[in-house]
Design a protein around this ligand. Structure first.
Ligand SMILES: C[S@@+](CC[C@H](N)C(=O)[O-])C[C@H]1O[C@@H](n2cnc3c(N)ncnc32)[C@H](O)[C@@H]1O
Length: 242
């Protein structure tokens, strides 16, 4: 498929993006706009304030009339997901829960391409997409509210990645914010490891797998502080990292 992008494929190099980030959502909206190619009609599902809709010249939708923004510079429609459209070029489905995004995509109509962002379970959404005929085409991180929003572009196709890498976001490995993102997730799993030791072995083992997966991506890769790190075992003793 030939698609004309609004920006070049070097979209992952954004010197303006910084770690941490405000909660305004501006950085995330910029990333979304950069990932959307010009394939009309572009539908912004759950457009809320309409910022993304306006910047893309898209049609904005909301499920309830009372949720539509009060502005006249964009085209607005009341619809559940994409259900009222016959054909969709790009579906922008961002800032919505993973399960709801999956439901919207499954119900159709199937867009030529979708840009998705599930703040709650981005990994689960990637697994769902891969099992439902979607391939990850591009991804980017945006700092938002002390963590990183994961924005993913999907196209119909066969996803080649599996396992933790698929869940993490295989194309995020190229993102300039990767190290900070991995560090943030590592901290999250370290807290789970601590809370589940001796109590929930499956969850504990999962936390440990994630920490091992994330360590090579962290800022201190190759440094003694990671190589020599002692990871606690499930019985509370310590095991030295190779
Ligand atoms: C948190 S806001 C996100 C706004 C914007 N998309 C963004 O990324 O910042 C989620 C919006 O999606 C709308 N929404 C949720 N499910 C929807 C559905 N099935 N169809 C249309 N809108 C939906 C909600 O009413 C809400 O306005």
């Amino acid at each position: 498929m030939t698609i004309s992008l609004r920006i070049s494929a070097t979209h992952t190099r954004r010197p303006g993006r910084t770690v941490g980030g405000p909660s305004s959502g501006r950085a995330r909206r910029r990333v979304i706009a950069e990932l959307v190619p010009d394939i009309p009609p572009i539908v912004d599902v759950g457009c809320d304030h309409g910022h993304v809709t306006a910047s893309l010249g898209a049609v904005g939708t909301e499920r309830l009339p009372g949720r539509l923004p009060r502005r006249r510079d964009i085209q607005l429609v009341v619809a559940d997901g994409l259900s009222c459209f016959r054909k969709v070029g790009v579906a922008v489905i961002t800032g919505i829960g993973a399960w709801q995004i999956a439901r919207i995509l499954a119900r159709g109509p199937r867009p030529a391409l979708a840009v998705v962002h599930a703040p709650d379970r981005p990994g689960w959404l990637r697994l769902w997409c891969a099992s439902n005929g979607w391939r990850i085409d591009a991804e980017a991180l945006a700092p938002e509210a002390g963590r990183f929003a994961e924005v993913t572009r999907i196209v119909p196709g066969l996803e080649p990645h599996r396992g933790l890498l698929l869940e993490f976001g295989p194309l995020l490995l190229e993102d300039p914010l990767l190290a900070a993102h991995a560090g943030q997730l590592h901290g999250h799993w370290a807290r789970i490891l601590e809370a589940t030791r001796g109590r929930a072995p499956h969850k504990w083992a999962l936390a440990r797998r994630w920490m091992e997966f994330l360590e090579p991506m962290m800022p201190t890769t190759g440094d003694q502080s990671i190589r020599g790190l002692k990871l606690p075992t499930n019985d509370g003793t310590e095991e030295k990292r190779k």
